[in-house]
Write a protein that binds this ligand. Structure first.
Ligand SMILES: O=C(O)CCC(=O)C(=O)O
Length: 264
């Protein structure tokens, strides 16, 4: 069945595809309806609380290799708690972003990981990073897309996600030997929009971030340079995430740990 036959707004879908291909991200400002957002928030807050309780005072570092399968500290005070789509109660292909995901990754795209990222008051800006590496020297379409859903209003002070516009084309370490893939993927102070274009005539990719209203969705090519901004408010910021991959694609950059908070 075509998107038109399924009742999707084909012109809006085309505009989103074009933005995503050009900028490496697109904002679907009215992505999720209130009822869905309320459910995602409720499950996220409960899961985040349970994971923090189970973590207790166990040692935990920064990054997925230094975390647990139930909880990872992505950067200081920024916690990633994986949540199954079943726990979220999702109809995977009924989600408002699915037509865009399907058009980029194919109708056999898979939901790879999902969960919530909660940044505590006082958590600082992350270092700029991308989530998976390029594989070929020429630019190819994305193998993975991330969807971030604002689970409540996120004003600038609460630290939405920031993107370097068009940088998904510039994080290609295969055709730019001055880039170190580990420094792109694992957060590193030396990575920034400027370093992507150092010693080239290419303009520095422009940083973009916007306050988000509850339900807004950011869909991005996971090779784009991005970072969670500092949470200077006195509330915890929760965004749900859904990472999709092209059928058969894999990298080990999402969850590298095998230990559990329940290990004795
Ligand atoms: O918290 C955010 O806004 C983004 C988080 C992120 O990109 C990450 O932890 O890899």
């Amino acid at each position: 069945m075509s998107n038109k036959e399924k009742g999707h707004d084909v012109a809006a879908l085309r505009r989103s595809e074009v933005r995503l291909a050009a900028d490496g991200f697109v904002l679907l400002a009215e992505g999720c309806a209130g009822e869905l957002v309320a459910r995602l928030l409720d499950v996220s807050q409960r899961s985040a609380r349970e994971a923090r309780d189970a973590l207790g005072s166990k040692e935990v570092g920064i990054g997925s290799a230094a975390g647990y399968s139930e909880i990872v500290q992505r950067s200081p005070g920024r916690w990633d708690v994986p949540i199954d789509p079943q726990e979220f109660g999702l109809d995977e292909t009924g989600m408002p972003w699915w037509p865009l995901v399907e058009s980029v990754l194919g109708d056999d795209a898979e939901l790879w990981v999902s969960g919530v990222i909660s940044s505590e008051p006082g958590s600082p800006d992350q270092f700029w990073h991308s989530d998976s590496p390029h594989e070929t020297s020429e630019h190819r379409p994305a193998n993975a897309l991330n969807v971030l859903v604002a689970l409540h209003d996120v004003p600038m002070a609460m630290g939405p996600t920031e993107f370097a516009r068009g940088s998904h084309r510039l994080t290609n370490h295969v055709n730019n030997p001055s880039l170190v893939v580990e420094q792109l993927i694992y957060q590193h102070a030396g990575t920034s929009p400027q370093t992507l274009v150092a010693d080239t005539a290419h303009p520095v990719p422009e940083p973009w971030a916007s306050p988000l209203t509850a339900g807004a969705c950011l869909v991005f090519d996971d090779r784009v340079l991005h970072r969670g901004m500092a949470n200077g408010s006195d509330e915890t910021r929760h965004v749900a995430y859904f990472t999709y991959r092209r059928s058969g694609y894999s990298t080990d950059t999402y969850f590298e740990t095998e230990r559990s908070v329940h290990d004795t």
